[in-house]
Design a binder for this molecule. Structure first.
Ligand code: AMP
Ligand code: MG
Length: 499
């Protein structure tokens, strides 16, 4: 069988090989003992032009388990630095991830490879948890099954919600023992992304006083991801401005679905504005802007409500690292666009969640009053918005979620008046609301249920959740148990940062 691996290209490897390996290190995966396929992502395989039969082949299992290499695989680990919790952390890098190569997507019509695709539509194929690299510092380069299930499911859940993110092609379990707070089984996730370049990739060279390496990195990103700007005089500015816009939009979307990333260090921020590096993330149950999903985040730096401003803090850090390429005036001009873009995106999404055709300035108070009510009444964020399309004075289901019924009634009066100003039919509004307000998000307890079953060798729940979360606004009768309030035990769940 010809594996998709035979189609891999190596643009990063080829571009930076001649530069004393200062951008990356060639590496070799360490094999997992007795790897088994927990789940493979047929939907993504199809998008990438990978034959589903290939996904379940013994060769792929060996490859993803780190024990099968062909001449066309050139595994590399990338170096980067970063600000962690606001403090310069110096060199980090791919401590447990190896990019095997970059996959050009075939034209589904005739399986051909257009010239454009050959160069510019490349997807990194990366193995996460494949053993130590020169950037592992004192750690083992492994990932445990628990955290790998969380990353695998959440990245696909975010994609299902329409949020820019890295993807995941498959997930392996194994008999390899990995030592964390207890012994856990080693796993790998095959992460797929249009870029793995982070804000910290630029910071790394800036703080080493290597402006030519900063430029080489920017040229690489532009050539690979933004070929339309390759000949523009202000191409570096365009790359940065795009990052400002994409980051603002991504975080507006996070806020709109109640997603708390948890570790927004600059090494976990993508230059193309994808959500990347899923660790102790969490989706809000009851609406609580103060929520902190990362138990190591004592100050709440990365709390839910802080995410938009941390996005700007991180973009400032990126801007600093690009001062050798872009003038201060231009950097400031681009940064100034972050807040208005964030607000524009957030307001428009929230208006749509409320079934409003278009955001009007007077909707701000409608939205703010609602958020305040949700918080004060401990209302479940996802369930509330999903139920809202069914709101009517005759239907008590929405009202019953509030302890302060009078407060809700007051808000609902304004809401009904606002809806009445629109010409759209109720049926069509309800349909649109159900297409944007998910019925399913990956709550911690759901991931936990899948993890506990998988740790006993039963992978059905992982696969059920994958299927449900890939279309979270659809009805999934087989997963009705996950559409309600989280069980009481979910409150005691603490997500460990160790992964
Ligand atoms: P994170 O907070 O997960 O984004 O990780 C921060 C840094 O630690 C990155 O450079 C990772 O590659 C590295 N890292 C995390 N876990 C491990 C591990 N088990 N082995 C080696 N490096 C790791
Ligand atoms: Mg990271």
């Amino acid at each position: 069988m010809t594996l998709f691996i035979d189609r891999l290209q190596h643009s990063f490897f080829d571009q930076f090989r001649g530069q004393g390996d200062q951008h990356f290190s060639p590496v070799m995966p360490s094999r997992l003992d007795d790897p088994v396929m927990v789940s493979s992502n047929a939907l993504l395989a199809e998008e990438l032009g990978i034959d589903p039969a290939e996904l379940n082949s013994p060769e792929l299992l060996e490859l993803m388990g780190g024990s099968f290499m062909t001449a066309n695989i050139k595994p590399i680990a990338l170096v980067y630095s970063g600000h962690q919790f606001g403090v310069w952390a110096g060199q980090l890098g791919d401590g447990r991830a190896m990019t095997l190569g970059e996959l050009p997507v075939l034209d589904p019509k005739d399986n051909s490879l257009s010239e454009k695709d050959r160069k510019h539509q490349l997807w990194d194929i990366q193995l996460k948890g494949a053993g130590p690299t020169p950037y592992s510092r004192f750690a083992d380069g492994r990932a445990v099954l628990r955290s790998s299930i969380r990353e695998y499911l959440c990245s696909e859940a975010m994609h299902g919600l329409g949020i820019a993110t890295t993807r995941a092609l498959c997930l392996l379990d194994s008999k390899t023992q990995v030592y964390r707070e207890e012994i856990e089984s080693g796993a790998t996730v095959c992460r797929v992304a249009k870029s793995h370049i982070r804000f910290g990739s630029f910071e790394h060279f800036h703080y080493r006083n290597q402006p030519e390496a900063v430029k080489a990195m920017a040229d690489y990103v532009i050539e690979r991801n933004f070929p339309q700007w390759a000949d523009a005089d202000n191409k570096y500015f365009l790359m940065f401005e795009n990052c400002v816009f994409k980051t603002a939009r991504m975080i507006a979307q996070w806020q709109s679905v109640g997603f708390n990333h948890g570790v927004m260090n600059t090494d976990n921020m993508s230059i193309i504005g994808d959500t990347i590096d899923y660790g102790p993330f969490g989706f809000l149950d009851a609406y609580d802007p103060e929520h902190i999903c990362n138990h190591s985040d004592n100050q709440g730096r990365y709390s839910f409500k802080n995410q938009p401003s941390i996005g700007l803090w991180n973009l400032n850090a990126l801007a600093t690292s690009l001062t050798s390429l872009i003038s201060n005036e231009e950097l400031i001009d681009a940064l100034k666009q972050y807040e208005p873009e964030y607000l524009k995106q957030y307001r428009q999404i929230m208006a749509e969640k409320l079934g409003l055709e278009e955001y009007q300035p007077e909707d701000e108070s409608l939205i703010n009053q609602l958020m305040e009510l949700l918080q004060r009444n401990n209302v479940d964020y996802t369930i509330f918005f999903r139920s809202l399309s069914q709101y009517s004075e005759a239907n008590q289901r929405v009202r019953d979620q509030f302890i302060d019924r009078d407060g809700f009634d007051q808000w609902a009066q304004n809401y009904s008046a606002r809806l009445a100003k629109q010409s759209i039919s109720d049926a069509s509004r309800q349909q649109k609301m159900n297409a944007i307000n998910p019925k399913y998000v990956l709550r911690n307890y759901m991931a936990q249920a899948a993890i506990e079953a998988a740790q006993q060798g039963d992978y059905r729940e992982v696969n059920l959740l994958l299927n449900v979360l890939q279309s979270p606004c659809d009805e999934h009768p087989e997963a009705e148990k996950y559409a309600g309030l989280p069980p009481d035990w979910a409150e005691k769940l603490s997500v460990s940062c160790s992964s």
